[in-house]
Design a protein around this ligand. Structure first.
Ligand SMILES: *Cc1c(COP(=O)(O)O)cnc(C)c1O
Length: 398
């Protein structure tokens, strides 16, 4: 099928639950993505921070092909060798101790919320149930995680929402100090907000959050679904700030493109889950774990995280230079290869202008261009992307 045929069929048979761009990708390699008409794109979206090793990294595709011939699925009624090895690899590199595997970021956060509630009830009693999250956060699309998400636009129309959630402005320690209390079970944050506009908090803030949690016997949950696994130029974003959470969630890049999520916790907290408390049929199945093991090993060994840090800094400087050139750029911010450019105008036209010229980027919060290329991206590819962006921005009508 060509792109037009795919798009027409999609409009007929798919629910319109997401706004799709008229593009039908059929293959990819590294930072290149090809559509059904043979057009090539430089991919600075990476399946929304999923393809951190680029498309079809040979280590990941090799692991998937080998494992698919051996054992695809067997159930968590049994012990799965690759799941055990993946749990150990994550424990050894995250500062947390134990893992639960699922299939997505939302599920990982659901598991985190359940574990926090269970732990708080066992340790402190039945009243300690409240989860505090940040405005402009994003934690997923299930009912509990849209409730955790501090953005009314994701909640509207789906009420009644589960109870026990409270919101505070991000990066505002005084507001959190006002909100925490004896009923606070956990504070759940993205160490850098992704969907909410690429918002980087101060170290002072996250250190303060940690202290407030300690004071009130509340757990600190970091949602590193987007920031984790090298995206910010460290293996995990918490390592930038020296603030280690009690529970940490991962998904997006974890499987090198294969769906898998994880919820990690420190030993004491993890112990609150007893057999029967939580489960997922597919979670951590052999095929998903083979993909994730290969992906995470490649991230740790291959200089991938270091590349994200250095090329991220390089790209940040390039975007700053564009900000000097165009008066409608309000701000450039981010960490590593999670970068955002806030505009004084809507970003939609820039996104489609870039697509026409062969560059894929996306826009969050209406006016923040987000750049989340593969972590293996080169400075030459960044130069090309910024050149296209420059051309498109030159044509922006104010
Ligand atoms: C994408 C994302 C999620 C949701 O992940 P899904 O796999 O889509 O459920 C949760 N938290 C953050 C920070 C994300 O970026």
């Amino acid at each position: 099928m060509n792109s037009k045929e795919i798009i027409e069929l999609g409009d007929k048979y798919l629910m319109r639950n997401v706004g799709r761009l008229p593009l039908a990708p059929v293959k990819g390699e590294g930072a290149r993505l090809c559509d059904a008409d043979g057009n090539e794109y430089l991919d600075f979206v990476s399946g929304i921070a999923v393809n951190s090793l680029g498309h079809c990294h040979p280590a990941v595709t090799g692991a998937i092909c080998r494992q698919a011939k051996k054992l695809i699925h067997c159930s968590n009624l049994y012990y799965i060798e690759l799941q055990v090895l993946l749990a150990r690899l994550l424990a050894e590199n995250s500062g947390l101790d134990k893992a639960f595997f699922c299939n997505s970021g939302a599920e990982a956060n659901e598991a985190a919320i359940k574990l926090a509630r269970k732990y708080a009830k066992l340790k402190h009693g039945p009243e300690k149930v409240e989860i505090i999250t940040a405005l402009n956060s994003f934690h997923g699309r299930t009912l509990a995680t849209i409730t955790a998400t501090g953005q009314p636009k994701y909640q509207k129309g789906f009420e009644p929402l589960p109870g026990g959630f409270k919101y505070v402005p991000f990066n505002d320690l005084d507001a959190l100090e006002q909100a925490v209390g004896p009923a606070t079970c956990a504070v759940m944050l993205e160490p850098v907000q992704g969907e909410g506009g690429v918002n980087v908090p101060s170290r002072y803030y996250l250190e303060g959050v940690r202290m407030l949690c300690q004071e009130h016997g509340a757990l600190l949950i970091f949602d590193e679904v987007q920031t984790g696994l090298g995206r910010t130029g460290r293996f995990l974003a918490w390592q930038h700030f020296g603030v280690k959470p009690d529970i940490l969630t991962l998904a997006k890049a974890l499987g090198g493109g294969f769906p898998i999520g994880a919820m990690l916790a420190v030993e004491e907290v993890a112990g609150a889950f007893q057999p029967g408390d939580h489960a997922s049929t597919f979670g951590g199945n052999p095929l998903a774990c083979a993909a994730a093991l290969a992906a995470v090993e490649e991230m740790l060994r291959g200089g991938v995280v270091e590349n994200a840090a250095s090329v991220g800094a390089y790209m940040y400087d390039k975007l700053k230079a564009l900000a000097q050139k165009y008066g409608f750029v309000r701000d450039v911010r981010g960490l590593g290869l999670l970068l955002g450019m806030e505009l004084a105008v809507e970003g939609k036209a820039v996104v489609s202008g870039c697509q026409e010229k062969g560059l894929l980027i996306n826009c969050v919060n209406n006016n923040v261009l987000r750049f989340i290329p593969p972590l293996t991206i080169t400075t030459a590819e960044v130069d090309r992307a910024v050149e296209i962006l420059d051309q498109v921005m030159a044509g922006v009508k104010l």
